[in-house]
Write a protein that binds this ligand. Sequence first.
Ligand SMILES: [Mg+2]
Length: 186
Amino acid sequence: VRPLLLVDVDGPLNPYAAHWNRPPAGYQTFRLLPPGWVAEERRRLEVLGFQDSLVEPLRVCLNPSHGPALAELPYDLVWATAWEQDANQFIAALLGLPELPFLAWSTRVNPDGVNWKTHQIVGWVNGRPFAWIDDEIGDADRAWVSDNHRGPSFLLRIDPGTGLMPDDFVALSDWATKFRQSPPIG
Ligand SMILES: [Mg+2]
């Protein structure tokens, strides 16, 4: 069984915290109107009394080489992003990835100090080995996963100022290799 790789968009693929005047080598800027963003912006504009304003496209920086690099990893890829199904329509196409399964979140709130995705991911993977790349992973998430997930896991925080780096691909590849060489648990 190949491990799953749960992929966040904003942070790992779209390094939103980078202070770039223009995208660095390999990155391209896209202006997108995913339905999830449009709905969110409409709500925001309505609250401000600008319900007649047009929604501006969302600026996203992507590195098209990340698609093939992710697809080459020995994992089954899954979107674990607030983009939900919009990741397939907008991000996958721009990165040259096929349509992927995605997590549809039941909540975006978590009261107990862990990321709002953490409980839902552990429920969704249901014991299957997984790695997770996200800019919001912290120690509380690692602790919660190790207490509540019965299989191997690898939580890799990605700096939203840089996005995925070559070292991250090496770390993911190494973990999958190590996991396959170790005897099954249980
Ligand atoms: Mg993120």
